[in-house]
Write a new protein. Structure first.
Length: 309
């Protein structure tokens, strides 16, 4: 284990966790600063608020997009990859606009037009199909991830985890539960793999071990079970759902980690960037969150539909 790197990780965590806790739990809405006429226009959207947690998710997603495009630029120096920033921004803006007239297929088609335009004008002699495929898949993945993270502040997630405390620092303990399960799953897998791991299970990431994977899975289940017991609406949603959610997080968080390892192996880099000391880049640190947030949102949506009220 690299002690110097571990110290950098610990130092980052010491200031990042308190800051993230405040941002995620803050009840302040930036829409409260808007004129009344604009508020009325936006009132048709059920999640009319724009919380600091929303901005944090958006910022992290755009930084991850920047990292991914920088990797692509190593293969395709001549490009107009900045076009996907426009598309991603439009997806986020439309999320907060009521009665959005565009449907999902329209949004995807617009992205296809952007990417086809980029590939044919800037991608001569570069393998346009591979170029377009890499750009499209990465952009779609990040869009799904950020929209899923934004939905943590909306129904049905907020119905499963209702606000039980009026205090600003304790208003979103459901979101805190999910994030804690994801990141501690990673940490448990890392430390258990380093100290007890003997059986490697993936050529994608040679350091991954069965022992570490089991430790991460168990940790996620414990965290989600406790969070569900104390913070979820158990009169409607049984504790078993919390255990299942923990299992899903424990599995998909580690798949997300391996997915980014596969991306790094493809681009032949150790880290996606050096944006976060000791952790590498945004994709290195938040890979599990990006891959798991859509799974959690899908699970919450399904159980909300099937549970008898």
């Amino acid at each position: 284990m690299n002690i110097a790197n571990l110290k950098k990780r610990v130092f980052f965590v010491l200031w990042a966790i308190p800051l993230a806790w405040w941002i995620i739990n803050s009840n302040f809405s930036f829409f409260s600063l808007l004129p009344e006429s604009v508020k009325t226009l936006l009132s048709g959207r059920h999640n009319v608020d724009l919380f600091p947690g929303h901005l944090l998710a958006i910022t992290v997603a755009f930084l991850a997009c920047y990292e991914y495009l920088q990797l692509l630029k190593q293969l395709y120096p001549k490009n107009a990859f900045w076009l996907v920033y426009i598309w991603l921004a439009l997806q986020i803006i439309s999320y907060f606009i009521p009665d959005n007239f565009l449907r999902m297929q329209h949004d995807i088609y617009i992205l296809l037009i952007f990417i086809a335009f980029e590939a044919f004008l800037w991608g001569k002699h570069t393998g346009r199909w591979k170029r377009a495929s890499l750009l499209f898949s990465g952009t779609i993945f990040l869009a799904i991830a950020v929209l899923s993270m934004l939905d943590f502040y909306s129904l049905p997630f907020q119905k499963v985890f209702p606000r039980q405390f009026n205090h600003t620092m304790l208003s979103q303990l459901g979101i805190v539960t999910v994030l804690t399960a994801i990141f501690l799953c990673d940490s448990a897998a890392f430390f258990a793999g380093n100290f007890f791991g003997k059986h490697h299970f993936s050529s994608i990431s040679p350091k991954k071990t069965i022992e570490g994977g089991i430790a991460g899975l168990i940790t996620a289940i414990i965290i989600c079970s406790l969070g569900w017991y104390f913070f979820a609406d158990r009169s409607t949603y049984h504790l078993i759902f919390g255990i299942i959610m923990g299992g899903l997080i424990g599995i998909f968080a580690q798949i997300g980690d391996m997915l980014v390892s596969l991306i790094k192996r493809y681009f032949q880099v150790k880290d996606t960037s050096n944006m976060i000391p000791g952790h590498g880049g945004i994709l290195d640190r938040f890979d599990s969150l990006f891959f798991t947030a859509p799974v959690v949102h899908l699970f919450i949506t399904i159980i909300d539909k099937i549970v008898i009220k």
